[in-house]
Design a protein around this ligand. Structure first.
Ligand code: ADE
Length: 418
């Protein structure tokens, strides 16, 4: 079996951590049992490019139990957990191409290795796999029955491809399932971002001015948690509706250039580029902390920071301290990459359970329906999404009310009024 990982000797530790996460992924475990009996993914090769975490390992095991031939590459050089990669290779015979800290060339060579193994289905987090396949091997596109995409950022890229007419096969936007973005983006990013900032800096959140750029589902999640820990949250936005939402949720809303001189901690979570740049760095206070939780490392313009600085040093693991000519220090976490996955372990298994249940069902859906799908971006059917919610609720021992026949009729009628 071909693979490229850091050290096969880390498998024991990786396995324990994978099993620990599995204990918080009851929906995915049930799917795995069902997949073992039914083999719904038999004869399919799945090329995956996801963060190599304990939760992803449980998804890979599930797809394999379903009969798929799966290979995995990392979707970010700093999110790879080397012990998990090792356990996947050594204990589950799943080829993995991922090493923490891989340089750009290595990162893409890993993606190519996964694609070379075969790809009836592509499974992506950020669309690097899909875009590499489209750019480098367009002749292969017709062989793909479909793809899945995990993140908001990836879905934006894929919709742009579909709009331009260049998307080569149908893709399911897993991100857009209710059981994905309502929970993973909000509670997952909310908690794991704070976790990453704390592990990297050990700073006190309470009493800080915590500036959050972007008030989408992820930004909302981080704002609530930072506020719950006593931070004075400031939100910056480019969307007028989201800005009103932030204001009515009780946060201060202002332009980044105004927030720049007030903030102690800055977090970008916009999905866009160059949200924090030279003019903003110049206004920052001494010792400001700057981090990103958006998918790509383009939200903070690091080139500007490099250019403005007279020196830099790694003052703590995952913290680069830049010193400007006037002596001001700016602390950048995880090279501007996803702080929640680089400085912590990503979203907790409890929310990834639903996200990855969607991934597993999306693969089956593609297998069963590919011939009826166009080269477009689709959302998973609502019955599947709601079914995942029903099972999750059951595993949480929560019961909800049911509509009575009279209520059902009422909802389907228009005759009754005042
Ligand atoms: N994205 C965010 N958190 C994650 C996790 N724990 N595993 C895989 N992908 C993730």
């Amino acid at each position: 079996m071909d693979y490229d990982i850091k050290d096969k000797g880390l498998a024991d530790k990786g396995l324990e951590r994978i099993e620990w996460a599995d204990g918080f992924m009851p929906v995915l475990s049930q799917i795995r049992k069902h997949f073992k009996d039914e083999k719904p993914l038999k004869n399919l090769t799945i090329a995956a490019c996801l963060h190599v975490t304990t939760e992803t390992a449980n998804l890979m095991r599930t797809l394999k139990e379903g009969g798929a031939d799966v290979t995995l590459a990392a979707s970010n050089p700093l999110s790879t957990q080397d012990d998990v990669a090792s356990a996947l290779v050594d204990r589950f015979d799943i080829p993995v191409f991922a090493i923490w800290g891989a340089e750009k060339d290595k990162y893409y060579s890993h993606i190519r290795s996964v694609l070379n193994h075969g790809h009836d289905i592509t499974m992506d987090d950020g669309a690097d796999l899909v875009s590499t396949l489209h750019k480098e091997s367009p002749e292969e596109l017709d062989k793909v029955i479909g793809g899945t995409e995990e993140t908001t950022t990836g879905v934006i890229r894929l919709r742009a491809m579909a709009k331009e007419g260049v998307l080569g096969y149908p893709v399911i936007a897993v991100n857009d399932s209710m059981t994905k973005h309502f929970f993973d983006n909000r509670y997952g990013t909310g908690q794991s971002t704070i976790d990453g900032i704390l592990r990297a800096t050990n700073c006190l959140i309470s009493g800080t001015n915590f500036v959050i750029a972007g008030y989408g589902w992820c930004g909302k999640g981080v704002a609530k948690r930072a506020s719950g820990m006593g931070a004075n949250v400031i939100v910056t936005e480019i969307d007028s509706v989201k800005a009103i939402e932030a204001a009515m949720d009780g946060f201060r809303v202002m332009q980044m250039k105004e927030a720049a001189s007030i903030g102690d901690i800055f977090l970008t979570v916009t999905g866009n580029k160059w949200v924090i740049h030279r003019d903003i760095f110049l206004l920052m206070k001494d010792n400001a902390i700057v981090a990103n939780s958006g998918h790509f490392n383009v939200e903070i313009k690091i080139e500007d920071l490099e250019d403005m600085s007279v020196s830099k040093r790694e003052i703590r693991h995952n913290v680069t301290q830049f010193t400007l000519s006037d002596g001001k220090r700016i602390n950048l976490l995880a090279e501007g990459r996803l702080v929640n996955l680089s400085c912590a372990e990503g979203h907790p298994a409890m929310v990834m359970d639903m996200s990855f249940a969607n991934q597993a069902y999306a693969a089956v859906y593609l297998k069963e329906n590919a011939s009826n799908l166009e080269k477009k971006v689709y959302v998973i059917p609502e019955e599947i999404d709601r079914d995942i919610a029903r099972v999750k609720l059951k595993t949480m021992n929560l019961k909800i009310d049911e509509l009575t026949p009279a209520q059902r009729d009422y909802l389907n009628s228009w005759g009754e009024g005042t």
